[in-house]
Design a protein around this ligand. Structure first.
Ligand SMILES: *Cc1c(COP(=O)(O)O)cnc(C)c1O
Length: 351
């Protein structure tokens, strides 16, 4: 059976380096805010093509601290796609702002820029596009809208490590990009982790304060901060894995194209990848009117599928009272028909 992930095969391919690094960090006697983090931040900023990277505790915190640093607060509205993973929406709630849902384009599954302006009010402060499944949202159109209406942009790049429009990476278009290193992501730690990318000098400085108790100098606290740090062990592992990211992304793309051609006779709607967009296939998704039967049939043929995501955030118990009376038919339709084929860099190896 080909499973949605094969963490062991990936680990085995780099285990000598990982074990040696783990011992090096353990024996260093320095576990938080040290050289490994500093080096990872430089290397990831270089890879993405931004001036600053700030390591944080996880992807949700990367979104939350981005919004916080940009001054988004209660009474503000933040535009977000109706079909995202719930963490995107939770970050908006955590700063006290109101999520305003905009439907996705049914073909790309990303927020439809043509529907954004109708949702802008005097309270709107930010747009939070998501690069869903590894495909960049239409950042060119979104940036034009943000500039016209004086809004900031936080990119949810949790599924988009190395995804590009032209030669520009996800995480460089907005005021900040928020990355997750949860183990299932294209760049995953051996635990939780996250990072914020930005070209803003003052913004990076603010985020560095916020992630560490509001403190730049020990026992001197400039602002009311949080504890949201990326530890030395995870930073060290991420440095090793970053060197493999492009080749792992290539393996995913190759496998995605193989699966798409293997099932080209099916009446499924694949996620459309526009010209000039470099999809990194965090997930290979399709929509089928007979979703449940399709998943059963694929499982009988040795392919274990998952659903990302079966319930749109506005319909979750956490939000359905707040959004009673609202309806997002495109998000509903996607949630009822979507499924993810198994996809990772080690598809055809140890089953
Ligand atoms: C994984 C993910 C997050 C949250 O990342 P964590 O590290 O799990 O907190 C946020 N948004 C999207 C789109 C994700 O896929």
């Amino acid at each position: 059976m080909i499973l949605p992930n094969n963490f062991k095969a990936e680990y085995q391919s780099i285990q000598e380096e990982v074990k040696a690094k783990a011992i090096e960090v353990l024996e260093s006697g320095w576990y938080i805010m040290g050289n490994e983090l500093e080096s990872f931040e430089e290397e990831f900023a270089d890879y993405i093509g931004v001036k600053h990277c700030v390591g944080v505790a996880n992807g949700l915190e990367a979104l939350f601290l981005s919004l916080k640093a940009l001054g988004i607060t209660s009474g503000d509205e933040v535009i977000v796609p109706s079909n995202t993973y719930i963490a995107t929406v939770l970050a908006i709630s955590q700063v006290g702002a109101t999520p305003v849902f905009v439907e996705p384009n049914i073909e790309t599954h990303n927020i439809d820029p043509n529907l954004i302006e109708a949702k802008i009010t005097p309270r709107t402060k930010a747009i939070l596009p998501v690069h869903l499944y590894g495909l960049c949202a239409d950042m060119i159109a979104i940036k034009a809208i943000a500039e016209k209406h004086n809004l900031v942009i936080v990119e949810d790049a949790a599924q988009a490590h190395g995804s590009k429009i032209g030669d520009q990476c996800a995480g460089t278009f907005g005021n900040t990009g928020a990355f997750s290193f949860y183990p299932t992501k294209n760049l995953g730690a051996y635990g939780d982790g996250g990072a914020i990318t930005t070209n803003g000098d003052a913004l990076a400085k603010k985020i560095r304060l916020l992630r560490n108790y509001g403190s730049a100098k020990k026992y001197h606290n400039d602002i009311v901060g949080y504890n949201s740090r990326l530890d030395e062990m995870q930073a060290a592992f991420l440095r090793i894995k970053l060197k493999h990211l492009d080749s792992w992304n290539d393996l995913r793309r190759k496998s995605a194209l193989e699966l798409k051609s293997q099932f080209s006779d099916q009446q499924w709607n694949w996620q459309a990848s526009p010209d000039n967009f470099h999809h990194i296939y965090h997930q290979l998704i399709a929509c089928s009117a007979e979703r449940d039967q399709t998943i059963d049939r694929l499982e009988k043929n040795g392919l274990k599928c998952l659903i990302h995501y079966p319930i749109p955030p506005y319909k979750s118990d956490a939000y359905n009272k707040m959004y009673s009376g609202h309806s997002y038919p495109i998000a509903d339709n996607i949630a009822q028909t979507i499924f993810s084929l198994p996809l990772h860099g080690y598809m055809w190896e140890a089953k």
